[in-house]
Design a protein around this ligand. Structure first.
Ligand code: FAD
Ligand code: DHB
Length: 392
């Protein structure tokens, strides 16, 4: 088989890249180790920046999101028993965020690619990327028991943090920058209407908690826990009791519980690899970087990488220009580090740390400052709704 861009991974990065390339007349093939059903039901991120929403809408995959996505104009920071609203729209000239599950974005992108006759191969095995330092890189994989080989001009490594593309780069080329937080989130999806119209980020002495949602009937809630927390120690009743304590407010605000449909623990880390390119292999999204989830940035950052790579490939196929491809990593990393900073800052400010009372008091003072100063609230808001795309 032969294509122009071989894409490893059918997560948001790989699917969006394939879709945007198709709109520009560039062929691609996507290979994915998991099943289509698995990709379409994996519960992950839920907050889309305005720029991500605009990108999906402008590229023709925004119709269902426009109907079902929940547009939010603000978020709530809860601490000291009180709510402090950050008026995202008021502070950013009208920008908003949209709550729409990552798996819904994935469903919409898969449908768009299949409707356009795109090649998406699910449930492949033993994926290998080869010859990326030559003009004819290859992806080798097994499909229904047969060995296949895909010859390409370029390979996009969209295979997430645990994929095969990043390790395929020879030793010594990439530098990894990493920070493991001594924290994790226990997340649940529950069949109960969200207790608040807007997201609530609650900083409590017992630890951080987050209230989000997926629809008017489904709540998504998270609790700070230890990275080695055992899920068996968290029957549903304990989760709801703990959530209620961490969301307590001076008045009678309460959280209603309901059936827990799904639960899981996510460790928190910051990770960046540089450069995000080696010869004809480009690393995109989680394959190149991970952010702790507190700022809701992982998926949005992946979309930003995809945009930069799409424009670079478009310039290459239109005119043979390689300068944009050569600058892919540099352009992406500028945004990546700003988003790392924001995610790290939100994480440290909102979680109970193990660093001692001194730091907890600093974080409380920071929350007080952020919510009391228009300048500081604006800094939070403009990062939360998403920094502008700047790809030159
Ligand atoms: P992924 O979504 O990881 O997609 C990679 C794809 O590649 C997967 O489908 C995988 O099966 C496939 N793959 C892997 N190895 C191979 C291989 N060898 N060959 C072929 N295919 C392969 N972000 C937020 O903003 N908020 C959240 O609440 C949030 N929660 C998260 C919870 C979890 C458990 C995780 C892991 C991430 C979460 N994130 C969250 C981050 C966000 O989901 C990611 O940033 C986003 O999924 C990145 O998209 P991606 O396409 O780059 O990578
Ligand atoms: C969600 C996840 C986040 O990491 C976040 O900061 C806000 C919302 C969510 O899954 O809905």
């Amino acid at each position: 088989m032969r294509t122009q861009v071989g894409i490893v991974g059918a997560g948001p990065s790989g699917l969006l890249l394939s879709h945007l390339l198709h709109l520009r007349g560039i062929e691609s093939v996507v290979v994915e180790i998991r099943s289509r059903r698995y990709c379409e039901t994996r519960i992950r991120a839920g907050v889309l920046e305005q720029g991500t929403v605009d990108l999906l809408s402008a590229s023709g995959v925004g119709a269902r999101m426009a109907r079902e996505g929940l547009v939010h104009h603000g978020i709530v920071l809860r601490f000291g028993g009180r709510d402090h609203r950050i008026d995202l729209s008021g502070l950013t000239g009208g920008r908003t965020i949209t709550v729409y599950g990552q798996h819904e974005v994935v469903k919409d992108l898969i449908a768009a690619r299949l409707n356009a006759g795109g090649d998406l191969f699910f449930e492949v095995q033993d994926v290998e990327v080869l010859d990326v330092d030559t003009p004819a890189p290859r992806i080798r994989f097994g499909r229904a028991g047969t060995a296949e080989e895909l010859r390409c001009d370029f390979i996009a490594g969209c295979d997430g943090f645990h994929g095969v593309c990043r390790p395929a780069v020879p030793p010594g080329v990439l530098t990894a920058y990493e920070h493991a937080f001594p924290l994790a989130w226990l997340g649940i999806l529950a069949q109960v209407p969200p207790a608040s119209e807007e997201l609530i980020y609650s900083s409590h002495d017992r630890g951080f908690a987050l209230l989000s949602m997926r629809s008017p009937e489904l709540s998504r809630l998270y609790l700070q826990c230890a990275p080695d927390e055992d899920m068996n120690g968290w029957p549903d009743k304990r989760i709801w009791d703990e959530l209620r304590r961490r969301f307590e407010r001076d008045d009678a605000w309460t959280l209603r519980d309901g059936p827990v449909l799904q639960k899981g623990i996510t460790a928190m880390r910051s990770f960046v690899v540089a450069p995000m390119q080696y010869e004809r292999l480009f690393l995109v999204g989680d394959a190149a970087h991970i952010v702790p989830p507190t700022g809701a940035k992982g998926l949005n950052l992946a979309a930003a990488d995809v945009m930069v790579l799409t424009r670079a490939l478009e310039a290459f196929y239109a005119t043979g220009r390689t300068d944009r491809l050569a600058r892919y990593s540099e352009v992406c990393l500028r945004r990546v580090w700003k988003v790392q900073r924001f995610s790290w800052w939100m994480t440290s400010m909102l979680h109970r740390s193990n660093d001692g009372e001194f730091f907890d008091r600093l974080h409380r003072a920071e929350l007080d400052y952020i919510t009391g100063s228009r300048a500081a609230s604006t800094a939070l808001a403009e990062n939360y709704v998403g920094l502008p795309f700047d790809d030159d």
